[in-house]
Write a protein that binds this ligand. Structure first.
Ligand SMILES: Cc1cc2nc3c(=O)[nH]c(=O)nc-3n(C[C@H](O)[C@H](O)[C@H](O)COP(=O)(O)OP(=O)(O)OC[C@H]3O[C@@H](n4cnc5c(N)ncnc54)[C@H](O)[C@@H]3O)c2cc1C
Length: 405
């Protein structure tokens, strides 16, 4: 007899789980709380959906479920995802390894998943938010549903971007079913800083290296296009390190970042650069002397921080102040006081404890219960890794739920 499977959550993980389970011969019903499935997909990759990456591996993932990614990605890695979407009809475009639908429309990914759900005869109930799952005698029952399900796949997402439907209620469901939740924090988000000077440099984008420290210990470092905002730091390198900042702040640690505006230079190279420049530009006013090094607003800010006037002649600047100035180019220290919150985070770090889940993504506490996607304590870096995890874990959970006895 075909197995009856309920999938709770119609995001990329839930939809892929439903498709794979139906493909493997199960009778599948998908429940989605929103009035439509896959709402979040539409906002991914700035509307273009960076759905995977040619560079794949466990090193791009964090969380207590990191070990699971190795097993899952072995079978459902980038090649599998490409083949899956190509089979559904999608042409794919790679931008330096970052994969997008060739249409450059996130809606393509969502449409193809929806069509496939139809083709596989998955029953989709939208506007149906599941508030309870009742296990009984090896079966699962959902409120006001007559069907006794053989397996349930929880794919409710985490709590990032709650307006798309994933507001953390999946964690409550998982907790009620006996699972430990690793306390969630926002990740892939901007960082808020203590200093007031950010308003002066808001809007600046520049190549920089950002190094994060928790209680003075280096925890992460990334280089890329830094975006300065009126409240602090944003841009891809900041997104990449944000989960470490969020975790440290959650543990009440003091978190600081050091920004190098000259990421090609170490301290010695920086010193030599400024010495040579000074030898040639003694007569220049400081604003002229610094022109061309980095963005003008950064030059002005750093001058102000060391107390050098823009009109002062370079040759007359006090040696100690001058040294402090070039040190700031190599490493401006800033205090991180908060992250940008779940509303403006792309993912959630934390979730169902990975050690309580088998390599087939089944609960070790309650056989027949499976997990897929961001509800698990697995978070990837920017670059298509989170959607890849959603598709991969969805396929793995769907297949296992359909086959396992
Ligand atoms: C702005 C933004 C941009 C992003 N860009 C990218 C990108 O380019 N590349 C990338 O890899 N990742 C990106 N991400 C991350 C990626 O979208 C998520 O990691 C991914 O969507 C997680 O998939 P999921 O299916 O696990 O959860 P979700 O996509 O959150 O879906 C969960 C679904 O479950 C439903 N649900 C929740 N609770 C219930 C319930 N009790 N009953 C029924 N239904 C329920 C929700 O309504 C939702 O539809 C981005 C995220 C955001 C917010």
């Amino acid at each position: 007899m075909e197995r009856k499977i309920a999938v709770v959550g119609g995001g990329p993980a839930g939809m892929t789980a439903a498709i794979r389970a139906a493909e493997a011969g199960a009778f599948v019903t998908l429940y989605e709380g929103n009035d439509r499935v896959g709402k979040k997909i539409l906002s991914t990759g700035n509307g273009r959906c960076n759905f995977s990456n040619e560079r794949m591996g466990t090193q791009y993932y964090h969380g207590s479920g990191k070990a699971l990614t190795e097993h899952i990605l072995e079978r459902f890695g980038t090649a599998w995802t490409i083949a899956f979407f190509e089979k559904l009809g999608m042409r794919i475009r790679s931008r330096e390894g970052y994969l997008y639908p060739a249409s450059d429309q996130a809606s393509t990914v969502l449409d193809l998943l929806r069509y496939e759900l139809d083709r596989r005869h998955v029953t989709v109930h939208t506007g149906k938010r599941i508030a309870e799952i009742r296990p009984q005698n090896g079966k699962f029952f959902l409120p006001s549903e007559k069907t006794a399900y053989d397996a349930v796949i929880l794919a409710c997402g985490g709590c990032a971007a709650p307006e798309t439907g994933s507001d953390g209620n999946g964690f409550v469901l998982a907790e009620k079913l006996g699972h430990r939740i690793v306390s969630p924090v926002p990740a892939l988000c901007a960082l808020r800083c203590q200093e007031k000077y950010y308003k002066q440099v808001a809007g600046v984008r520049c190549d920089a290296e950002v190094t994060l420290f928790a209680e003075g210990r280096k925890t992460a470092s990334e280089r890329g296009e830094l975006q300065l905002t009126d409240y602090g730091l944003s841009g891809i390198p900041v997104f990449q390190i944000s989960r470490h900042a969020a975790k440290a702040l959650q543990e009440k640690k003091t978190v600081t970042a050091r920004i190098s505006f000259l990421p090609d230079f170490d301290e010695d190279a920086c010193k030599t650069f400024f010495r040579k420049r000074l030898a040639a530009g003694q007569e220049d006013e400081m604003s002229v002397f610094l022109t061309g090094i980095v963005n003008k607003k950064i030059n002005s800010l750093l001058l102000k921080l060391v107390g050098i006037r823009e009109t002062e002649q370079a040759g007359t600047v006090d040696a100690v102040a001058f040294e402090r100035l070039w040190h700031l180019y190599c490493g401006l220290e800033t205090k991180i006081v908060d992250t940008n919150g779940f509303d403006r985070a792309q993912v959630c770090a934390g979730g169902v404890d990975g050690s309580e889940v088998t390599e087939r993504l089944m609960s070790k506490k309650l056989p027949g219960l499976y997990f897929a996607g961001e509800i698990l304590d697995v978070d990837g870096i920017c670059g298509g890794y989170n959607l890849q995890w959603a598709f991969a874990s969805g396929a793995a959970a769907g297949e296992a739920a359909a086959i396992d006895r």
